[in-house]
Write a protein that binds this ligand. Structure first.
Ligand code: UN1
Length: 496
């Protein structure tokens, strides 16, 4: 990373700047906040700017000033910058992946994997920027050339979560840039270092000043003024339903375009004819990787009653054997929760379900040997009532509930009885049942015989019902959100 992102050191801890109008700079408040390693809370990774309304204003002004030149630049020139950024980030995948694991807590393998995904996103949109931008139509007047264009929106606000600290910023920022928008980017306060890495790669690739502006700080101090600023014509947000709905209300009230990616309560249906070994591995990966902190995580295993007790027993055995600890240590598969509040909340949900009489088969405790980090042992509940809190609410942690059902019809009905609809899986060898599931499941991302999590960058991503706001991210779908359409009637002058 360019050292310019580091403004100075405080007791050998680097102090990272905001990036506004092409410069790494301190916030006007002069204050900073700490970024700590969730596996070892005593380790401070860096200090980041506690920004406020004045910094947001400067960032929006810079983005606004840059909008015209960037928007009118050839898409090919924009693509070249994105491609160069992909090469810069690719050359740093191991270091950035390690920083990702340090600040977010997922394993090193996942951290490097996610950084590689950001590289792929940069490459994909370098290509996508060169795809056709409109359509040519016949007109009632044979002399009229009638066609459409996709043009940039202008200044876009990007608000991202901590759980995919480089992939989600990349999949919002990169298409927005590819299609000619300028940006103000507010990353989650828990994972600002990945944001710095992404912005630095784009800066070094030659992004003109003002096109991408990074402002770190809290939702109240940075997010609020950003969503209220009249010059910010669109907002893309991934995070909780509560915050998303508030953003939608405020931003759409003033006429901005809003895109939301929210929670999930994703089911994995396991039918009696499934390949059970495969289903167990996939369900556990879906539920427990990244410590269950994915909006696509599997949180309900909806299982044919005939195999429910065997499956529960085998799930418990394997979940109980997962290695929990520092995600940078070889052999560890489950890292910490993002912070102490999250660990207490998840442990609290587990305690509450237990006290309501739900059977906890394994896990759920806070490991004493790892008390400096925010750890909760991966938990499995059996015989979960689909209408209970555990069956309905997103846990955002390493918690899986088994729900026994009689047949595929009941499985799909139960799967659909939640307010969310992000991703869903079925495990079966029966093509007819698989296709019935694909048809009837209310989810934006549907898997047959694979886990509920995971998203390839070149296809649309988003959910049904309370999981999204109907628009889709990534792939060609991103063009829908980050552009507006112009219809052109081009007639020759009458003399021709
Ligand atoms: C994935 O499953 O790899 O915040 C991506 C989330 C989702 C992204 C999931 N928006 O967890």
């Amino acid at each position: 990373m360019t050292n310019t992102a580091i403004l100075n050191q405080q007791d050998s801890t680097p102090v990272y700047g905001n990036f506004i109008n092409g410069e790494w700079a301190a916030a006007t408040s002069g204050g900073t906040f700490e970024n700590r390693n969730p596996a070892r809370a005593s380790e401070v990774i860096g200090l980041f700017q506690s920004s406020g309304a004045g910094d947001v204003d400067a960032a929006v002004t810079a983005a606004d000033d840059a909008a015209r030149t960037w928007g009118e630049m050839s898409a090919i020139a924009r693509a070249n910058i994105l491609y160069k950024a992909s090469e810069i980030l690719a050359s740093r995948v191991n270091d950035v992946g390690r920083d990702l694991s340090r600040e977010e807590g997922k394993t090193l393998k996942e951290g490097i994997g996610e950084t590689t995904r950001a590289v792929q996103i940069l490459r994909y949109y370098a290509g996508e920027a060169q795809q056709p931008i409109g359509e040519h139509y016949p007109s009632t007047n044979p002399m009229t050339m009638l066609y459409t264009l996709r043009e940039p929106l202008g200044v876009v606000g990007i608000i991202t979560p901590w759980n995919f600290p480089i992939a989600i910023p990349a999949w919002k920022i990169v298409p927005a840039l590819a299609f000619g928008n300028t940006l103000v980017f507010k990353p989650a306060t828990a994972t600002p270092l990945c944001a710095v890495h992404l912005v630095a790669a784009l800066q070094e690739a030659g992004l003109p000043q003002g096109v991408l502006n990074l402002v770190t700080g809290s939702a109240g101090a940075v997010g609020d003024p950003l969503i209220k600023d009249e010059r910010v014509v669109a907002i893309s947000f991934t995070g909780s339903n509560e915050v998303g709905q508030e953003i939608k209300r405020v931003a759409s009230d003033r006429g901005a375009k809003v895109q939301l990616e929210l929670g999930g309560k994703n089911p994995a249906i396991v039918l009696a004819d499934a390949d059970i070994d495969h289903a167990i591995t996939q369900v556990i990966n879906g539920a427990m990787m990244s410590t269950g902190q994915k909006c696509t995580a599997t949180s309900r295993a909806i299982v044919d009653r005939k195999i429910a007790s065997e499956l529960t027993e085998r799930l418990a055995q394997q979940i109980g054997g997962l290695k929990v600890g520092d995600p940078l240590t070889e052999g560890i598969t489950i890292g910490p929760l993002i912070d102490e509040k999250a660990a207490e909340r998840v442990a609290g949900e587990i305690g509450r379900a237990k006290s309501e009489g739900v059977a906890l088969v394994t896990g759920g405790e806070r490991p004493e040997a790892l008390s400096d980090g925010h750890f909760v042992m991966p938990a499995l509940f059996s015989d979960v009532d689909p209408q209970s809190r555990l069956g309905q609410e997103e846990m955002f942690g390493p918690v899986l509930g088994v729900i026994p059902v009689d047949d595929v019809d009941e499985a799909i009905a139960v799967a659909n009885q939640v307010r969310y609809g992000l991703s869903a899986s079925i495990f079966t060898r029966d093509l007819g049942r698989a296709l019935q599931f694909v048809r009837q499941i209310q989810a934006g991302i549907v898997h047959v015989n694979s886990e509920t999590a995971g998203a390839e960058p070149h296809v649309p991503f988003g959910g049904y019902k309370g999981s999204s706001s109907y628009s889709r991210e990534q792939g060609k779908a991103a063009r829908e959100f980050y552009t507006q359409m112009k219809t052109v009637y081009l007639d020759p002058p009458p003399s021709v």
